[in-house]
Design a protein around this ligand. Structure first.
Ligand code: F6P
Length: 545
């Protein structure tokens, strides 16, 4: 069994944490090769991880931990189709969805590649037909409003990716996303579209998720009220692993794009779940996204761990979480098109690794996934960055920026780049009290004013960040970026000896909601609740009478 006190590499890292009081500013001053040594470049992506609380000994220690945890074998297991999602007895093969060399991958003795190719072909044909207007709505009009109805992995990936690739959208196509059970989510979309030109994509791996099915039924009724029952076949398609439920809903299985239980919900935007991406940006661009992910998959599989982007990023994350007690992690893309990446990563990281039971079926005695948050820079510089710079807690940050913008207007991009670099530099360097005093003296501040303000104007610095630069945010680099985070998540799961691919934690609340619903609707006698829940139900029912 794996426990923090039981392993050599873990204990070594604890002693390294005590031994080295890393001061990045000093280390940079002493070593002008630090940035060069701690940078990895893969094609058009550069990852500079030099502004972290690490040195060579610590990196070696982290790499030894990866070795001790059998990471190399675990990666091979995943890529070979082994059932590493052991609680659900499933293989984990999002890598097969972008396996561009088309090498066979076997699950239960069957190569999964042919069926993946068939679905991709179907996505290609259908997305092209919609874009060309050869597949039309019931009344013959071109389908220009594409509405994805899904939640969690059936929403966040396609939503994030379509927004990230907005410059590639066909000019006459608009994408909408209905996810929340809150009626507002439906109403706000339906109020703005025309049924004759609308295609609904019902995206649900299980096809049993209450939010998605409720929203899909509402949209179906809206469409049938406007165009009649016969219109459904021309305006509804389903993306699912569950043919029986799709048929039960009333969608013809011919209009179903299949995927399989070896594709986890939060790892599914490369599968049929990506249909809306293909319609919006065109199949060629969708394929470029898969190619970018494949490049990262290959790198992850082949590069030695010391030069392996997802492995290094994962290990640095482990260093903070498990050896510095830092349980927060911010992702800040400096690109408006990537503004939804942090929400996507919240599910990827927190649903995958927010676990406390090990693969040996024991409670772990160490921390797992941190709280992930973020937002687009520079906006968030004016919201939560104060805490990053001067708060009491360290928050490691991933900065992401494309060197070239899709909208090179005046000096905007240079100002944006200057900001992201300045933030990372400021977090690392900080400003000593002496420096703050010197600055204030230069500005002619009085001695009393300087004494009053010098602490407020100084920064501890030594706050870690990674800088991830892509040439331009295109489908290929987006694919690389997302696959990089998927593998980073996997590596951390391996280190923590947990199953990153199940999500039993979301079940309990869902079940209790089903108990409360009939009470709210007055169709069931009151179930036993704690006094708080019981009185809240009474209070809300009182208002809604
Ligand atoms: O939130 C739990 C969850 O099961 C996620 O893992 C999943 O992405 C989401 O619900 C949606 O599930 P489905 O695609 O089956 O509707």
């Amino acid at each position: 069994m794996f426990g923090r006190t039981k392993t050599k590499a873990w204990r070594n890292l604890e002693s390294l944490q005590h031994k080295y009081n890393i001061n990045m500013r000093e280390l940079f001053a002493k070593d002008d090769k630090r940035a060069e040594r701690y940078t990895i470049q893969l094609e058009n992506m550069l990852v500079d991880y030099s502004k972290n609380l690490i040195n060579d000994q610590i990196l070696d220690g982290l790499l030894a931990l990866a070795k001790e945890r059998g990471l190399a074998d675990k990666i091979k297991e995943m890529y070979s189709g082994a059932k590493i999602n052991q609680t659900e007895n499933r293989a984990v093969l999002h890598i097969a969805l972008r396996n561009k060399e088309n090498k066979p991958i076997y699950v239960d003795g069957h190569d999964v590649m042919p069926k993946i190719a068939t679905t991709l072909e179907k996505i290609k044909d259908f997305s092209e037909a919609v874009r060309l207007g050869t597949f039309t709505g019931y009344t013959g009009k071109k389908l220009t409003n594409i509405v994805n109805i899904g939640i969690g992995g059936s929403d966040l990936g396609p939503f994030m990716a379509t927004q990230a690739l907005k410059p590639y959208w066909a000019k006459d196509i608009n994408c909408y996303f209905i996810s929340n059970i809150d009626g507002t989510s439906c109403a706000e979309v339906l109020n703005h579209i025309d049924p004759e030109t609308t295609l609904f994509i019902v995206a649900s791996k299980t096809f049993t998720t209450i939010e998605t099915l409720t929203n899909a039924h509402t949209c179906r009724k809206w469409l049938v009220d406007a165009l009649g029952e016969h219109a459904v076949a021309k305006h509804f398609v389903a993306l699912s692993t569950n043919k029986a439920e799709v048929e039960k809903f009333g969608i013809n299985p011919d209009n179903m794009f299949e995927f399989w239980d070896f594709v986890g919900g939060r790892y599914s935007m490369w599968s049929a779940i990506g249909l809306i991406i293909a319609i919006a940006v065109g199949y060629k661009n969708f394929e470029r996204m898969l190619e970018g992910a494949y490049a990262m998959d290959k790198h992850f599989y082949e590069a030695d761990f010391a030069h392996n982007i997802p492995v290094i990023l994962a290990l640095i994350g482990i260093w903070y979480i498990n050896f510095h007690d830092v349980h927060r992690y911010a992702v800040v893309p400096y690109d408006q098109y990537l503004q939804y990446l942090p929400s996507y990563l919240q599910q990827l990281d927190m649903e995958s690794n927010g676990k406390s039971i090990s693969l040996d079926n024991k409670y772990v005695d160490y921390s797992t996934a941190p709280v992930v948050f973020g937002g687009a820079g520079t906006n968030v510089q004016h919201s939560f960055f104060q805490l990053l710079h001067q708060g009491t807690d360290i928050v490691p940050v991933d900065f992401i920026i494309p060197a070239i913008s899709h909208n090179e207007i005046g000096a905007h991009q240079e100002i944006l780049i200057a900001n992201v670099l300045a933030q990372a530099e400021a977090l690392m360097n900080g400003k000593t009290e002496e420096e703050a005093v010197a600055e204030m003296e230069k500005c002619g501040n009085s001695k009393a004013e300087i004494a009053r303000m010098k602490k407020n104007k100084s920064f501890t610095g030594n706050r870690p960040s990674n800088m991830i630069i892509v040439r331009k945010l295109d489908p290929y680099s987006l694919g690389m970026l997302v696959a990089m985070y998927e593998h980073r998540t996997f590596v951390q799961g391996v280190i923590w000896n947990i199953n990153s691919f199940d999500q039993f934690g979301v079940e309990l609340g869902k079940k209790l909601a089903l108990n409360i619903l009939p009470e709210l609707q007055g169709t069931a006698v009151q179930v036993e609740h704690d006094s708080s829940t019981a009185s809240l139900i009474r209070y809300i029912k009182g208002i809604r009478k």
